[in-house]
Design a protein around this ligand. Structure first.
Ligand SMILES: *[C@@H]1O[C@H](CO)[C@@H](O)[C@H](O)[C@H]1NC(C)=O
Ligand SMILES: *[C@@H]1O[C@H](CO)[C@@H](O)[C@H](O)[C@H]1NC(C)=O
Length: 314
């Protein structure tokens, strides 16, 4: 009897210890403003943006917290002078740095609009030596999402690996291919932009471990959302999460060498190095800067609405 009990418990116990992680941080509503800082800095990617400080963001309602809503947005009321500063927007940086961890972002809405370049990403100091992980990023409403790593020289990825997405570039070195990095494109239109929003958003999860980097995405309308993800449970088991959208294995990229302590950054810029260069092929009207200057109401939906962020460090 005792033996039988042990035999039936044992395999379960082993499996649980492999993929189980305990929650170490949770952010919701106004909690985001305590865990993150608003950074009024110049956009290094030359966007048509003016990142405002925390007081201005609050006064202009560009940051807004209530219950399980945390909204950050761009100004959608002001017509800009072509000789003046860019469109007001917000850049958030986590006060804390993270290394080995799982992060689950429960996102209701992401910014959309021609000329927008929203990004949810993590990055270390002394770029690119501590690495960069772009979890959710794109331009000019063009999905699906691509997850991208940018690293120092020497980190490469195999073409085929255990992921549902499509490999786009295998050299992560930020110094080659105009810093395109190594990407994986999501198989789901719901992963980005208008389709993401019309399906109620969803959950992005990042796992950083010595064994590699994984990113999962579940639309809110998906039928296979694990219950621990849906609930942001205090203990999660990644063994039940299925194949990730992107998997970056450590085979020819020692994770501990290429990825150091990183801050989480959530930003929204306009035009600039990527959205500006892509604009002509995007089907968007006029030129990027002209459109951003003259059509404030087109940016009414240029906002993030985050329901919560749960972090599991290990
Ligand atoms: C905003 O996000 C983009 C995309 O990741 C990044 O390249 C750019 O440097 C960011 N801008 C700022 C000011 O953080
Ligand atoms: C501030 O923004 C929130 C979220 O977008 C919105 O619900 C609220 O009505 C806004 N408040 C004002 C005073 O505009």
């Amino acid at each position: 009897m005792l033996l039988r009990l042990l035999v039936s418990i044992l395999p379960l116990a082993v499996q649980v210890s492999a993929g189980t992680f305990a929650q170490t941080n949770a952010h919701q509503g106004s909690g985001f403003l305590k865990a993150f800082s608003v950074e009024a800095i110049a956009d290094p990617t030359r966007g048509r943006v003016k990142y405002v400080d925390a007081a201005t963001a609050d006064a202009q309602n560009l940051t807004y917290a209530s219950g399980d809503h945390f909204v950050l947005r761009a100004d959608y009321k002001t017509k800009l002078s072509s000789s003046g500063p860019g469109r007001s927007s917000v850049r958030l940086k986590s006060n804390k740095k993270y290394s080995k961890a799982i992060m689950i972002f429960n996102i209701r809405h992401m910014p959309v609009g021609c000329g927008t370049w929203p990004a949810l990403w993590t990055v270390g100091s002394n770029w690119p030596s501590q690495g960069e992980i772009d979890i959710l990023e794109g331009v000019n409403d063009r999905g699906p999402n691509q997850v991208t790593l940018h690293t120092a020289k020497g980190c490469t990825m195999p073409s085929y690996r255990d992921q549902s997405g499509t490999t786009v570039g295998t050299n992560c070195d930020a110094a080659v291919n105009n810093n395109k990095g190594c990407s994986v494109r999501s198989p789901e239109t719901r992963s980005y932009g208008a389709s993401f929003n019309s399906n109620g958003g969803g959950w992005y999860a990042l796992q950083r471990a010595t064994g590699g980097i994984r990113v999962w995405f579940w639309s809110r309308s998906a039928s296979n959302v694990p219950s621990d993800v849906r609930n942001g449970a205090s203990s999660i088991n990644t063994d039940n999460w299925g194949t990730p959208l992107a998997y970056f294995p450590p085979d020819s990229c020692n994770m501990d060498d290429y990825f150091g302590d990183q801050n989480i950054i959530i930003n929204l810029t306009f035009c600039g190095d990527w959205a500006g260069n892509d604009y002509g092929e995007s089907g968007c009207p006029s030129t990027c800067v002209d459109y951003v200057n003259n059509n404030p109401s087109a940016f009414r939906d240029a906002y993030w609405d985050l329901q919560w962020l749960k972090i599991y460090e290990f």
